[in-house]
Ligand binder design. Structure first.
Ligand code: ADP
Ligand SMILES: N[C@@H](CCOP(=O)(O)O)C(=O)O
Length: 312
């Protein structure tokens, strides 16, 4: 369902011919993912992924891919764009930005274990550290102003319960901004759900971190909380076993959280749940407009937010 921009065989052949990777053997659309169009592309010299950006224009893609370039050079397994015969990596297909990356190793996991949570915590901290040496920044455009603007925009699509909860949480987060803004910041992934990681089969070694297209400059702690909300609890926000602790242990093994970050953990879980509740409300609207099935339930993140708001 996420091939928003279908391509013909001649289009892919022409695209691939610009690169030094041999001839096109076959290609197929990738079902996973909801934002961009992706194809697995096999040539006579290897396996690649062709991505067409559906929501970002060329200058934005330029910014986003700087991070992948930077992390790739630091030895992290991320989708870094490949250069064609002219040294260009940013292309255009059907009027939209397009890139080609190597297909990275590993498989998706259905249900993360504690070992996966530990490994992704350590990998996320490595990403945060490696990104600190990237001078360019990209402002976070999914903060509280965006949440507020989206609330206004969605207006009539929301129930009164949803509106009240959103308004109340945005206000609560605004009231706690002083402490939040003093926390360590830098590039965050922003979307490290477990379907955006690959693990090398048979063990809990991270094979790849994918989909860096939400990456931006923000509070590092929210990135850890985005992972916790997806990897470590059930759909109702109940923590599963020791997964949350495993994630934090893995993260701390590379970059120990500061005392101020530890104090703000619940705020981070709330901010992360708010961010993806609003994100999913927008995805739902897009899917409804396209007549597509709903693949990301916003209610799950409403429930998680409600859970984190309960006093412990
Ligand atoms: N470089 C890559 N190597 C291997 N698989 C990839 C790569 N890039 C994307 N994929 C596959 O495509 C899926 C969708 O890609 P993703 O970037 O998450 O799309 P979207 O931006 O639409 O969410 C991933 O879940 C993964 O299965
Ligand atoms: N991961 C987000 C939705 C964003 O989609 P992605 O396919 O780009 O990761 C969620 O699950 O809400």
């Amino acid at each position: 369902m996420s091939v928003y921009t279908p391509l013909s065989q001649p289009q892919v052949e022409t695209f691939v011919a610009a690169f030094p990777f041999g001839e096109l053997l076959n290609y197929r659309g990738i079902e996973a993912g909801v934002e961009n169009t992706n194809f697995f592309v096999t040539t006579s010299q290897g396996e690649f992924v062709l991505t067409i950006f559906e929501q970002h224009r060329h200058p934005e893609v330029h910014e986003l891919v700087l991070l992948a370039h930077h992390l790739g050079k630091a030895g992290l397994q991320v989708p870094a764009p490949l250069e064609d015969n002219q040294g260009e990596w940013l292309h255009t297909l059907e009027g939209k930005p397009a890139i080609l990356c190597r297909r990275l190793p590993g498989e998706h996991i259905e249900t993360p274990t504690e070992a996966h949570c530990y490994a992704i915590g350590a990998a996320l901290a490595e990403l945060h550290q490696a990104a600190q040496t990237l001078a360019q920044q990209r402002p976070d455009d999914h903060g509280l102003d965006w949440a507020e603007a989206t609330l206004q925009d969605l207006g009539g699509d929301l129930s009164s319960v949803e509106k009240t909860l959103l308004q109340d949480e945005i206000q609560w987060q605004r009231d706690h901004q002083n402490q939040w803004q003093a926390l360590p910041s830098g590039w965050i992934h922003g979307d490290l759900f477990h379907d955006n990681a690959l693990f090398v089969a048979g063990n809990a070694e991270v094979g790849a971190i994918l989909d860096l297209y939400h990456a931006c400059s923000s509070t590092l702690l929210i990135d850890v909380a985005i992972v916790a909300n997806d990897w470590c609890c059930d759909k109702h926000g109940n923590w599963l076993g020791d997964k949350q602790q495993a994630l934090l242990d893995g993260y701390n093994s590379v970059r120990p959280l500061t005392p101020a970050e530890r104090d703000c953990w619940n705020q981070a879980l709330r901010a992360a749940a708010l961010r993806w509740w609003v994100g999913r409300l927008l995805i739902r609207r897009k899917q409804q407009r396209l007549g597509a099935g709903l693949s990301k339930d916003p209610g799950e993140y409403q429930t998680k937010l409600e859970k984190h708001r309960q006093p412990v």
